[in-house]
Design a protein around this ligand. Sequence first.
Ligand SMILES: Nc1ncnc2c1ncn2[C@@H]1O[C@H](COP(=O)(O)OP(=O)(O)OP(=O)(O)O)[C@@H](O)[C@H]1O
Length: 596
Amino acid sequence: MNQQSSGIKRLLEFTGPSRGLLTLSRILSGISALFILGPFLCVYFAAKDLLDVFAGGSLDTESLVRWGVLALILELIGLALYFAALLCSHVVAFRTEKNLKMAALTHLAKMPLGYFDRNPSGKLRKIIDDNSFQTQTFIAHQLPDLVGAQVTMAASLVLMLLFDWRVGLPLLLLFGVGFYLQGSLNGKDSMKFMQSYQDALETMNHEAVEYIRGISVVKVFGQTVHSFSKFNAAIQSYRDDALAFTMSCKKGMVAFNSIVNASFLVLVPAALLIGLVSPDLPGFMQSFLFYLIFSPACAVMLNKIMYMTSYKMQAEESMRRIDGILSAKPQRETDRPQTAGGHDISFADVTFRYEGTDHPAVSHLSFIAKPGTTTALVGHSGSGKSTTASLIPRFYDVQEGVVRIGGVDIREMASEDLMKKVAFVFQNPRLFKDTLLANICAARPEATREEALQAAHLAQCDDILAKLPQGIDTVVGSKGVYLSGGETQRIAIARAILKDAPIVLLDEATAYADPESEQQIQQAFKGLTKGKTVVMIAHRLSTVRDAEQIVVMKQGGIVEKGTHDGLVAQGGEYARMWDNYTKSTQWHIGGEVKSC
Ligand SMILES: Nc1ncnc2c1ncn2[C@@H]1O[C@H](COP(=O)(O)OP(=O)(O)OP(=O)(O)O)[C@@H](O)[C@H]1O
């Protein structure tokens, strides 16, 4: 990425090969502006003919018709050229919008997971969508229009000087002051206001999304907008910024509008002064007619340029915001990727702290998960189990120590290679708004339909597919087709099964399953995880009993390691947890003890 350029220059780097089309669009728009100026000249010449009648000449109707037809032809050519200019600019605008989105999304794919903790997905989506759309409107409309307005303005000013420089010059000075004012209105201060206004807008949108996400809590606890203080503060801040921005433009706008619309204040005295001393009064009156027709057109163009310059600032700000994403440092990729010599996972004195926190989430972790075995991470809530598991696929990079797969530091492996080796079933899996088949195949796009169906079968999804109208081809998340937490989890398990990776990470993979389906899933896993390195996290200790290794975590550290029987016999932390667990799975009715 070229960090040197900024603003519109930077934006135009994303036009790609269609840059030439944009130049063509600007040229066409400039030429069209000249053609559209033609009818004004025709009106002037027609009016001049009419003035001749008052000076004693005869009315030449043929000439009037000629001017009318010429005006129509020039206008039509101008419009056709403008249409062609917009056609070209729209093609470039849509391509640029696509390129910007692609660049941002491709870059996001390289970011470590920690980046998304600080930049929630909703906020990122809004930055990418809103700002790339702003740049699209700018390129499609304002960029060609700006050239058109500038050409019209320049041509009008040249004509004004050519007709009678004595009237043209004061007008030129007047418009010069207007031009200076519009420049200062859109100066650095405005850019700063624009930035803080956009920041406030972005924060308000983000807080609105958070508010709506938490609407169930708001409803259940009878809270109001005002009690949702962050959202409320964001609205106030947006209001203050919008007001400050508007007020900052007030004086400048009044001055600008007064000046550019005051051409008659210059024209009338100039006409009186020059007319009185002019030896050719009728000739001067004809020139004066020209100024009467053209000076309002110049005022309109200056207004147009002024608004387009503010759109340009908006587009520059949009580009800056997208650049904010593009300049974020991606996860380090090794230049010399190494290939893992096996599928064992080893943690060697690993310490990891989340960004912005004081305490490490996990510290001095050392354990080995051997190939073909299951290692279960157990411990109380917040003890660091999920964090430990998420270090294996490099969702985060460790600050101290090293995580190895097959003897190779995972930071020295190509991330694509690492991802191929690991299948992960999250606590709260997400499904795309797509068919179940596409969702399952997301793990291995080249998989056949039969393989996907087989994976779904092994993950106990047959009942889900049977009840849906189009089975595995049903689109989830639309037209009322929603899956329960447990069903979503089983689809995610099917996805992991299909991936057939040598390392399987299961974070509370059976959390939503009822006892019956949990048993079935466990059976499916047994067959499937054969010969694979499995690291699983489970609160229900019954699910980890058969694990070859149980790693007991407490406050981010490992307190015990061993097999179920060994740890129970040891009588330590795990034994206490097991005791509590077995007690919690029993219930009493009138002295009778039953198992859940
Ligand atoms: N994204 C994050 N940013 C900052 N701190 C975090 C983040 N995720 C987890 N933590 C903190 O790290 C510690 C370990 O959390 P972790 O989720 O790994 O525990 P856990 O044992 O998996 O808990 P649970 O069983 O409840 O899922 C906790 O103190 C938690 O608050």
